[in-house]
Ligand binder design. Structure first.
Ligand code: PMP
Length: 429
């Protein structure tokens, strides 16, 4: 029998048991025992609870096709709402051809750091196109989006500095701040006044200051007021960095991002950051901004200098995807129309979509992690793939199923997913 999710008391019991077990283990186990590592116990306890309730593990399921509006998991075709393939460019024959051509010319690897023999023409071409998107002087692409934030923030800021960031900032941002040793202050989500209070209170003691926001928050689909953050950063002599991992391709009439959506000149941000893994159908990260910044990073940032260049086929694929985004704005229009339609249908069916307002991400808030997993399992049984997100990625109690939309979803697919979600939620209680 399928049971509902955890009550508050059960939730407290799970965490309590995990803590108690960790304490006993800490007292008795060898420090070389991997089981003593942080979060190991909570992870195990949640897994045990899921198993006891008959909830199949939703993670690490291999997909056997290009994950577009549909995918194939364990031989079964499903509707798919769990991939960042926003503009349906991953798998596009033109993107594949660009990658194949670069692979034929250069192989699959850059085989060295860019600085020392790893540079290929596709790198500069991609960076010129990225810089153009932001009307910036220059851009630099690196092999991982996560590592881009870590190395750029970690290298740019130091222990005498201050970083003020949104409380929902991606892990790569907070890890970058941790590496930098800078003082770190988080402000309430999208609250520019709170950001300014934090900045004003601590700015005097800091050498340099950085405000970091995202253009489109990945867990919530929320969007900040870019001009407000630009103004407060300038008032306090701070840099503004905007992570557009989920903004590019999703926001603005032609997908250029949050600045285009809000009619704000792109010079608003000192550092535009983004990833190649979503709209751009590849993997990797980039920054765009002033030439001095980019030049300094390309010669000194550890995650760039001491890391291999982006694989040429991936650089070519991302460059091709960016060109297609610019040439085919109907993709962006359709993505945004799909997202608006899906969000409205969910709300009409009584679901809580939080503050989601952006062009591609819609969360459905469901309470605790086990309930989200139960509802996602119910969806999967009905042929819909959407990922549950629970503790510790989001606070316990704010667990959700996160839906990523694509320009290639058909209206009937969206309606089918809402109907399946309503049934799965009813079944889970
Ligand atoms: N920034 C944000 C806001 C993200 O959501 C992500 C991951 N999706 C990253 C950075 C890291 O990017 P990547 O997965 O391409 O390493």
């Amino acid at each position: 029998m399928i049971r509902r999710g955890l009550s508050a008391a059960e939730r407290a019991a799970v965490l309590g048991r995990a803590k108690a077990a960790a304490l006993v283990q800490a007292a008795t186990a060898s420090p070389r025992d991997f089981a003593t590592l942080p979060q190991m116990r909570v992870m195990e306890e949640l897994r045990r609870q899921a198993e006891a309730r008959g909830i199949p593990n939703p993670f690490f399921q291999p997909h056997e096709a290009v994950a577009g509006p549909r995918t194939v998991v364990a031989g079964r075709e499903m509707l798919n709402f769990a991939s960042y393939n926003y503009l349906d460019l991953n798998g596009d024959p033109r993107v594949n051809a660009a990658a194949a051509e670069a692979m034929a010319r250069h192989g699959t690897s850059a085989s060295a750091s860019r600085m020392v023999s790893g540079e290929r023409p596709v790198h500069a071409a991609l960076e010129a196109a990225l810089a153009a998107n932001y009307e910036a002087e220059a851009a630099l692409a690196m092999v991982s989006g996560h590592a881009t934030n870590v190395t750029v923030i970690g290298h740019l800021m130091g222990p005498e500095d201050l970083v003020v960031h949104d409380q929902l900032a991606h892990n790569s941002i907070t890890e970058g701040v941790r590496l930098s040793g800078a003082r770190r202050l988080a402000f309430a989500h999208n609250d520019a006044a709170a950001a300014e209070r934090a900045l004003a209170g601590a700015r005097g003691r800091a050498r340099r200051a950085l405000v970091v926001i995202e253009g489109h928050y990945s867990m919530d689909g929320t969007v900040p007021d870019l001009a407000a953050f630009r103004d407060l950063a300038r008032r306090h002599e701070a840099w503004l960095m905007v992570d557009e991992a989920h903004g590019l391709g999703c926001l603005g009439p032609t997908g250029r991002g949050v600045f285009e959506a809000q009619g704000v000149a792109p010079e608003a941000a000192d550092i535009w950051m983004g990833t190649l893994s979503k709209t751009l159908a590849g993997a990797g990260g980039y920054v765009a901004g002033r030439r001095a910044l980019v030049d300094w990073l390309r010669h000194t940032a550890p995650g760039f200098v001491y890391s291999v260049g982006l694989p040429p086929p991936i650089a070519a694929a991302a460059g091709c995807a960016l060109a297609l985004m610019r040439a085919e704005p109907w993709r962006v229009e359709r993505l945004q129309a799909n997202t608006a339609r899906f969000r409205a249908a969910l709300q009409a069916a009584g679901f809580d979509t939080g503050g989601s307002s952006g062009g591609s991400i819609v969360p459905v808030l469901l309470g605790d992690s086990l309930r989200a997993a139960q509802v996602a399992a119910g969806l999967a049984r009905r042929g819909v793939n959407a990922q549950p997100i629970g503790f510790p990625v989001v606070p316990e109690g704010l667990a959700r199923i996160r839906f990523f939309l694509s320009c290639a979803h058909q209206p009937a697919m969206l309606d089918a997913a809402v109907a399946a979600l309503a049934e799965a939620a009813r079944e889970a209680g």
